[in-house]
Write a protein that binds this ligand. Structure first.
Ligand SMILES: Nc1ncnc2c1ncn2[C@@H]1O[C@H](COP(=O)(O)OP(=O)(O)OP(=O)(O)O)[C@@H](O)[C@H]1O
Ligand SMILES: [Mg+2]
Length: 340
């Protein structure tokens, strides 16, 4: 059986505001990450992707609080680990995180080699600058990044090169799991492809053992992910094999995301451009029924109330009151031209 590097079970994370409001940004989320795999997490802005990423790193600092559930990394539930132990045993070694927009947060006054040194000195006691240089040069060479980047300042690098540099620095200690939060969002299509190739390369060469790739563009995951989870309003609405979710989405939200393709990905036929009308619900409210109800063109009264549980059909999990065949029929009917 495949080795599980990360197991997230019924995780709930909440922002608590100064006005005593609770924003449930990650609600009852469960998934596994296997050795050698890339898990894609897709969803619109505000669906809880970054909060989920921070939660699985154990970054619970106010206003973000752990509420319930478990996050197992190497058999340890890190949700309950004191921060000093988390820092000592887990962060950087077992799991590393590239935050959203990290490439714009690089210290502009430091050369790249000094940024590499900061990361290495924190984790490798007594390492010298010459040793750091040697390791960094070797790694940059292996990853097809020019060595002279190490002697440059962040401002001297293009967006794509900056992002590749951030990825190389974050993985210099060979963390088992890499969590990359929207690593391609601010880049042009060519740079996006180069960054995706670099991430795949890290996995292929064994510098990392598994990866989580977060994006708001579901189709982009076709080129990198093995498995996908689709998030909506803090919940997982669908999860399964990447190809199946992209080519045959079951949940009306995933279906809507795949119909909103702007630039068709290689291998995916261009579809008509459509946006999902409406906006996600307010996460400060106590939500009942299906969270996608207001925006779902197929919704019925039965979707409005109670708790909608995850169903499992052929290794695919989805959160909807309708059956798979019922949904497929609805999608087919929707394609037919109106007769009146
Ligand atoms: N510091 C904060 N305090 C209060 N609420 C927050 C905070 N950060 C995020 N939220 C709320 O938590 C929810 C999830 O936000 P999150 O940033 O995780 O979404 P996301 O899917 O990463 O969105 P994006 O695609 O824009 O990065 C949103 O409703 C957001 O408004
Ligand atoms: Mg985010």
């Amino acid at each position: 059986m495949a080795e599980m590097l990360l197991q997230v079970e019924n995780l709930k994370s909440v922002y608590k505001t100064r006005f005593n409001e609770r924003i449930v940004a990650v609600d009852d989320v469960s998934f596994n990450l296997e050795n050698g795999k890339c898990l894609g997490i897709a969803g619109e802005s505000g669906s809880g992707k970054s909060t989920l990423a921070m939660s699985i790193m154990g970054y619970y600092h106010p206003p973000l609080f752990y509420e319930s559930g478990a996050i197992y990394i190497s058999g340890i539930d890190i949700a309950k680990l004191p921060y000093n132990q988390l820092r000592e045993k887990i962060l950087g070694k077992e799991i590393a995180y590239i935050p959203q927009a990290a490439m714009n947060a690089l210290n502009p006054t430091q050369k790249i080699i000094n940024l590499v040194a900061d990361v290495m000195k924190e984790h490798v006691k007594g390492i010298t600058i010459n040793e750091i240089k040697k390791i960094a040069e070797e790694r940059f060479e292996t990853l097809n990044l020019p060595k002279d980047v190490l002697q440059r300042y962040p401002i001297e690098l293009s967006g794509g090169m900056k992002q590749r540099t951030v990825i190389a620095i974050s993985t210099i200690l060979n963390p088992k799991i890499l969590v990359a939060d929207e690593p391609t969002s601010a880049l042009d299509v060519t740079s996006q492809k180069i960054v995706i190739k670099l991430l795949k390369d890290l996995l292929k060469r064994g510098f990392i053992k598994a990866m989580i790739f977060i994006t708001h563009e579901l189709p982009l995951l076709y080129n990198i992910a093995d498995e996908i989870i689709v998030m909506y309003a803090g919940e997982v609405v669908e999860s399964g094999k990447a190809e199946e979710i992209i080519f045959d989405p079951i949940h009306p939200y995933s279906h809507g995301l795949m119909n909103s393709i702007i630039v068709p990905e290689k291998g995916i036929k261009g579809k008509k451009l459509a946006v999902i009308p409406g906006a996600p619900p307010n996460l400060k409210l106590k939500l009942e029924g299906c969270r996608f109800f207001e925006r779902c063109q197929f919704a019925k009264d039965e979707c409005k109330n109670g708790r909608i549980d995850i169903k499992c059909a052929n290794e695919r999990n989805y959160r909807c009151v309708f059956g798979v065949e019922e949904l497929k029929e609805m999608y087919e009917d929707d394609k037919k031209p109106a007769t009146t």
